[in-house]
Design a protein around this ligand. Structure first.
Ligand code: PMP
Length: 353
C-alpha cells in the first residue's frame, strides 16, 4: 500500500506562514516501520512534536485562545492563566507572546525539570504547586481558576482561565483540525485511531471527526498504569493500579472533554511495554519521542494485533524525548523502575561517566 502521499512540491502557503499560530498543525504522518512490519498493518504516527512549541498542546492552546477571543473573554494585553503538566503552558505562553498577552502557569512540581525550565523560558510566570488529587482544592487546575477569579475581582476582564480539561473548545479544535488532517492524509483509509488521554481533547476530537466520516473506524484508548480511564471504559468504574513515568496523560476523573469520546476499546499499558518502544523508535527509526508517544504506539500495536494484518492505524507522537532526558533516558531511574535498559543507552552513560 502506498502511503507516500506528501506533495513533492509544497504549495507556497506550506512554506510561508504569517505567524506562530499559522505554523501550528498540518504535521506529517510518519510510518512507524517496526510497528508496521511486526503487525502487518500500516501504523502511522502524527508528528505533533514538530509543532513550533514542540507538542500537540500548541493546537489546544491555540484552539482555547481563539475561542476565548471570539467570545470576548480575554481583553487585549490581558493575562492568560492555566493549570498544566507543562506542554499546554508552553503552547499558551508562546501563542500569548505572539499576540501580546502575558501568561501565568500553575504546574505540579513533579514534572520534569526540563519541562519546567521550558515553560520558564517562554517568559511565562511559573508557579509550582504540590501534586495533589483533583478533589483537593490545592490541585493545579483549581488554583489556576481561583487565581483568575481573584484577578478578575480586582480588575474585571483582566484574566482568563483557559481550563483545558473541561473547556470543550479543546476537543472541538482537534475535531476540526487533527482529526480532519488524519482523514485527509490517509485519504480515508484509516481503520483505527489510538491515543492516551490527558484532558481527553485529542482522543475525543479525533474520534468524533473520524467516526463522523467512517462509522466503523475503531477508536482506542491507551492508558498508562496509574490512570483510572481504561478500567472505566472496560468495567464502568474509575479504578487505577500502579504508576507510570509518563507525563501529561492519565486521569482519575472524567473530564468534560473526555465525556463524549467515542471509545471502542481501552488498554492499560505498563511502562515496561511503552518505554522500550520509545528507546527502539529512537535508535532504529530516528524518532526521539516522549513517554506518552510510547504509550500511544503500544496501544496502536495492540489494536493492530486485535484487528489483524492489512489495517491502517494512526496514533499521535505528542512531544519530543528531549523534554525528558533524566527520566526516559536515565539508566539508573529505569533500573529502579524495572524498565529494561538497552545496551546502547547503558553504554552511552558508562562512557559519559
Ligand atoms: N502527551 C503529552 C506529552 C501531553 O502533554 C498531553 C497533554 N496533557 C497529552 C499527551 C494528552 O493530550 P490530551 O490532553 O489532548 O488528552
Amino acid at each position: 500500500m502506498n502511503m507516500h502521499i506528501a506533495a513533492k512540491h509544497p504549495s507556497p502557503e506550506m512554506i510561508l506562514r504569517p505567524d506562530f499560530a499559522a505554523a501550528i498543525g498540518n504535521t506529517p504522518l510518519i510510518r512507524l516501520r517496526r510497528a508496521s512490519e511486526s503487525t502487518g498493518c500500516e501504523i502511522l504516527g502524527k508528528a505533533e512534536f514538530m509543532n513550533p512549541g514542540g507538542s500537540i498542546k500548541d493546537r489546544t492552546a491555540l484552539g482555547l485562545l481563539d475561542d476565548a477571543e471570539r467570545r470576548g473573554l480575554v481583553r487585549p494585553g490581558g493575562t492568560l492563566i492555566e493549570g498544566t503538566a507543562g506542554n499546554t503552558g508552553i503552547g499558551l505562553a508562546l501563542v500569548g507572546n505572539s499576540r501580546g498577552y502575558r501568561t501565568i502557569i500553575i504546574m505540579p512540581e513533579t514534572q520534569s525539570a526540563e519541562k519546567i525550565a521550558a515553560v520558564r523560558m517562554t517568559g511565562a510566570e511559573v508557579r509550582l504547586v504540590p501534586a495533589v488529587p483533583y478533589k483537593d482544592p490545592g490541585h493545579f487546575a483549581h488554583r489556576a481558576r481561583a487565581l483568575a477569579e481573584s484577578m478578575n475581582d480586582q480588575d474585571p476582564g483582566s484574566a482568563w482561565f483557559a481550563n483545558q480539561f473541561d473547556n470543550t473548545a479543546n476537543r472541538d479544535l482537534h475535531e476540526n483540525t487533527t482529526g480532519v488532517e488524519i482523514w485527509e492524509q490517509t485519504r480515508g483509509r484509516v481503520d483505527g485511531f489510538v491515543c492516551a488521554s490527558g484532558t481527553g481533547g485529542t482522543l475525543a476530537g479525533v474520534g468524533r471527526a473520524l467516526k463522523a466520516r467512517k462509522a466503523g473506524v475503531q477508536i482506542g484508548l491507551s492508558d498508562p498504569m496509574g490512570s483510572a480511564l481504561a478500567h472505566f471504559i472496560n468495567h464502568g468504574e474509575l479504578k487505577s493500579e500502579g504508576g507510570s513515568i509518563s507525563e501529561g496523560i492519565g486521569s482519575s476523573r472524567i473530564t468534560a472533554n473526555f465525556e463524549d469520546a467515542p471509545i471502542d476499546r481501552a488498554w492499560s499499558i505498563p511502562d515496561t511495554e511503552s518505554v522500550p518502544l520509545v528507546h527502539e523508535l529512537l535508535i532504529e527509526e530516528g524518532l526521539c519521542l516522549g513517554g506518552s508517544s510510547g504509550v500511544n504506539v503500544a496501544g496502536a500495536i495492540r489494536l493492530a494485533r486485535e484487528l489483524g494484518p492489512g489495517h491502517v492505524i494512526v496514533t499521535i507522537l505528542c512531544d519530543s524525548g528531549t523534554r525528558y532526558p533524566r527520566k526516559l533516558f536515565n539508566p539508573q531511574l529505569l533500573h529502579e523502575k524495572n524498565i529494561p535498559v538497552p545496551a546502547w543507552l547503558e553504554q552511552a552513560f558508562t562512557e559519559a561517566a
